[in-house]
Write a new protein. Structure first.
Length: 256
């Protein structure tokens, strides 16, 4: 199965952190990540019960670290878009549907769970590759944090061995920057830019691109850019030659 991190973003109550660790271990998950958590004391330990190892090994880091090291980031949210015209929280998948999307992935997947009082902010959702929401009854749709973790872990438990090695997160960010530059080249309207980039991140995020596939998209973009501005072809050729020359050079301090 892929390496799945359960990421609690700024949890407010230590009891919820302990319960989350406990339910993670119930379903075979051990990789707990905490972003700016509340102080963890005896209550967290008590709620964790026999999952002290999960709680003790929790990785405390920044949200930027999570995005930088993850092949796929999945935002969980109870608030979803009602129209495909609003890309921020669309399209969304249930935990069961999510299982089908990631079951063959070989990579690091981070699943974000938001703050107990108001969830994930728009920037955290916008940067995520996929959106997950748990179907609940309209009479009382809001789940406790640890309950939400439990539902997701239950649905994702016992995934098969992965078959698809994903492009590293650095490759995907480079691709997104290339697409952003390409939109400049084709004079894509600035007022549409943010929504367009969110849509593209959602499309490519759920496509589970390999390194080769990401490289192919780069190649298609470059070829299109050369047709738009032929001078870019000379620039790219010069850059490639300079790179090859640099790799062939031997520093003066070393013997040839």
């Amino acid at each position: 199965m892929p390496a799945i991190d359960i990421v609690l973003v700024e949890p407010l109550y230590e009891g919820n952190v302990g319960f989350a660790a406990r339910v993670m271990k119930n379903f075979g998950f051990t990789r707990l990540v905490l972003i700016n958590p509340c102080t963890l004391g005896e209550e967290a330990k008590g709620r964790a019960s026999h999952a002290q190892d999960v709680l003790k090994a929790a990785d405390v880091c920044s949200i930027g670290d999570v995005f930088a090291r993850s092949n796929i980031v999945i935002a969980t949210t109870g608030e979803v878009s009602k129209s495909v015209c609003h890309a921020m929280r669309m399209p969304f998948f249930s935990p069961r549907e999510l299982r089908e999307r990631i079951k063959d992935v070989d990579g690091r997947i981070s699943i974000l769970f938001g703050r107990e009082n108001w969830g994930l902010n728009n920037e955290e959702v916008k940067q995520s590759d996929m959106i997950c929401t748990i179907p609940t009854h309209e009479m009382y749709p809001i789940l406790n944090l640890s309950h939400a973790v439990g539902v997701v872990c239950y649905e994702l438990a016992n995934l098969p061995l992965p078959e698809i090695r994903l492009a590293p997160p650095q490759d995907m960010e480079y691709l997104y920057r290339h697409i952003d530059r390409y939109l400049d080249e084709i004079h894509h309207p600035e007022f549409k830019r943010e929504n367009t980039m969110i849509l593209l991140r959602r499309i490519l995020g759920r496509a589970n691109l390999t390194t080769r596939e990401a490289s192919t998209l780069h190649g298609l973009l470059r070829r299109s850019e050369w047709h738009i501005d032929p001078s870019l072809l000379d620039r790219d050729k010069t850059g490639s030659r300079n790179l090859m020359d640099t790799e062939d050079e031997v520093p003066d301090s070393q013997d040839p």
